[in-house]
Design a protein around this ligand. Structure first.
Ligand code: 2P0
Length: 328
């Protein structure tokens, strides 16, 4: 196998006309069937498939243009070239540009900063979509998804709106590992973002998934969990079956957290407020409200429900931010 840059150069067209700038928006996404664990670190290839829904207008707007020197402005503030965020972004852009090409990047997140939603997926997807315009690649959605994957695995699910399935693929170069749209619409479906804690997470996802894979005996059961859950979730989206979707997605997220907790040193992403909110949610469900939860590598909760339940949920969780994935 080759290195990421050499591989990418083989799939991009050459000598295309460079525009004055490239601009794009990419939405954040929440996985309903989670990605947790890689089969290849450098190519960011997952061990299993995953399935997500996008967050409408919440995501990243990015503008990229040729310049005299590299610069990154994030939400209006220029970032130091040596900062972790600048190094990560320009390291990613190096995969695509000719040596010596400097770029000015202006990035704005519409994600609520305190909500603990990862902006890396929408940021890397927006970067690839903006580069596609800037460099005139005219690449199709599968290729753009593949390219975004090199920034952050989950970014491959953010190149389009809606329900996206990331096919894990089998090839060592990852040419069959990208996300495609389910082309499903579900006008009543809602995500509720419940921010229970703003504390920064102690262990990033990349490191966390590696530790889980290396040290958690429970992780051995994870591929089987996904094999069972993913087709149920895909079908539930197509059928607009909230109960099957919610049950399976919540079970999938909790099973992922079980593998994390069984790592060493343990990965406990929850805070006491996480558990309290889950218990409240379960009580509401017992009272007949169709609402489910999913959680990522952090303490905050995303509720899964349909529009008619919004009123009751907002009464119960005053700070709930309700997102309609089809509004963008
Ligand atoms: C997901 N997460 O499916 C899962 C659930 C977190 C928990 O994708 O190492 O930031 O860059 O491929 O994409 C977060 O992982 O990790 C993630 P890398 P990424 O949404």
């Amino acid at each position: 196998m080759t290195d990421p840059r050499s591989y990418i150069q083989t799939i991009l067209p050459r000598n295309t006309p460079v525009a004055k700038e490239g601009r794009a928006f990419a939405p954040a996404n929440i996985a309903l069937c989670k990605y947790w664990g890689k089969r290849d670190e450098a190519f960011k290839l997952p061990l299993t498939g995953s399935l997500s829904v996008s967050l409408g207008r919440l995501g990243t707007h990015m503008r990229i243009r040729p310049a005299d020197r590299d610069s990154l402005t994030l939400n209006g503030t220029e970032q130091a070239p040596a900062s972790a965020i600048s190094r990560r972004l320009f390291g990613f852009l190096d995969l695509f540009r000719d040596p010596g090409t400097a770029l000015a990047v202006d990035s704005k997140n519409t994600l609520p900063t305190a909500a603990g939603l990862a902006s890396s997926a929408s940021a890397f997807a927006a970067a690839v979509l903006a580069l596609n315009e800037l460099f005139g690649w005219e690449a199709d959605s599968d290729t753009l998804s593949q390219l975004a994957r090199f920034g952050s695995g989950s970014a491959c699910r953010s190149v389009r709106h809606g329900f996206m399935e990331w096919h894990p693929g089998e090839r060592p170069d990852g040419s069959d590992s990208f996300a495609t749209s389910l082309d499903a619409d579900w006008p009543e479906f809602r995500i509720g973002i419940l921010t229970v804690s703003n504390a920064p997470k102690p262990t990033g996802s990349g490191e966390g998934m590696k530790r889980t894979r290396d040290t958690s005996a429970l992780y051995r059961s994870w591929p089987d969990q996904v094999t069972g859950d993913l087709p149920l979730i895909r079908e539930a989206v197509r059928e607009r079956d909230l109960n099957t979707l919610g049950r399976t997605a919540e079970h999938n997220a909790l099973a992922m957290h079980a593998t994390m907790i069984a790592s060493w040193p343990p990965l406990i992403y929850w805070s006491p407020e996480t558990l309290a909110a889950l218990h409240r949610l379960h009580a509401l469900r017992e009272q007949g409200l169709p609402v489910y939860a999913t959680l990522d590598a952090g303490p905050n909760i995303k509720l899964l429900f349909e529009h008619p339940s919004a009123h009751d949920l907002l009464r119960e969780f005053a700070d709930l931010q309700v997102v309609n994935p089809e509004e963008f």
